[in-house]
Design a protein around this ligand. Sequence first.
Ligand code: PHE
Length: 456
Amino acid sequence: MSERISMHGQWSSRLMFILAATGSAVGLGNIWKFPYIAGENGGGAFVLIYLLCIALIGIPIMMSEVLIGRRGRQSPINTLCTLARESGKASSWRVVGALGILAAFIIVSYYGVIAGWALAYIVRMASGIFTGVTAEGAASIFRGLVADPERLLAWHTIFMVMTTVLVARGVRPGLEQAIKVLMPALFVLLLILLVFAGTTGKFEEGVRFLFNPDFGAISVGGILIAMGHSFFTLSLGVGAIMMYGSYLPDGISIAKVSIAIALVDTLVALLSGLAIFPIVFATGMTADVGPGLIFQTLPIAFGQIPGGDFFGTLFFVLLVFAAWTSSISLVEPLVAWLVENKGFERSRAATRVGVCTWLLGIVTIMSFSSWSFQFSFGGETKNNGLFDVMDIMTSTFLLPLGGLAIALFAGRVMSRSSVVDELGGKDGFSFKLWYFVIRYITPAAFVAIFINRLFP
Ligand code: PHE
């Protein structure tokens, strides 16, 4: 059979796919979100549940997304519709693709705002205002930024333009080459931060906080958040990995690449936590300050090390880059769909999507100042109104539901023979294990968790 290629193009190699998908997975979720939600949910027990979710649910679903994407070679909506029809099932499975696109649309709108904070911090770091800063000083600089909607809007605009420009050009070797340099650089910087965290005298306390499970500290809401985050951090449930899978050349082992991506992603999250919590404890802050956590702690660390301004600037540059390679993957499925179904030029599709997500971003911007309100979810008080609502709606509900639908699709809608074929043609032990997990374990886990949530 001749090789099938998506109309949008194809990655040049296996390594490029791994890099691009890792670029999508490693983002604000690892460095910004993981530490603060672990902090809000009591640490160790939350981290353990998160790791279990990655291993037992995340990796099997990532394999399913990649294989569905590669089999269909189109945007998620069309891929699901085509494959369902091929198996003699209802084409309404395309709704799953549409819901994923809706979730991605909401996520990218607030993702752009937080990436905008990181952009703002590049300038602040470079200006040297954090040299010798106190915990109170860092907190007040942060509050000053997020309470200023005009400034946030400017940075958000810049980030959305950056995203739109890349998506409009297509995922070119330029981006692929840049990822090759910047991802290792991010690792090196994390390691430098880790060394600094080791000098604070609170490293052990940080390790204990992250790895000593105190099951009393975890709520059912916390379990849902851990599960939701394992999807968010692996970019699952919204069609992003399915889209990238549609650009994956035939003949590459889906199991191996999925495990590699999940491992790197998890490592980055854990290293971020290990770098950040000792600093949090050393400066007398509490772990549960919420979304501002890294913006209030890391500057204190950088303010104390020689050359800290420089490394701090670089760190936020890399954080922006990590966010950038994630946001393009959030936008790509919708852009590809507009090209496939509406006959749009890629650049026109990207611009439309960019403008719409930019507009929705204003809701997040205002959630940190005049539109903020409090509510409680899963035993936690949430302070940032509609931002928190959108975050919970997507990460806690839409992504896991999307993941469940994807597991059902690969496990029950597609024929067993086409799934075996896509996974390398061998119907051996590892295939059977994976198949059992996505057919039985994953759906059962979802049902149990959601029932528990709805009828506590
Ligand atoms: N995985 C990205 C992160 O951790 C976020 C993301 C979610 C990207 C869903 C694409 C799809 O920051």
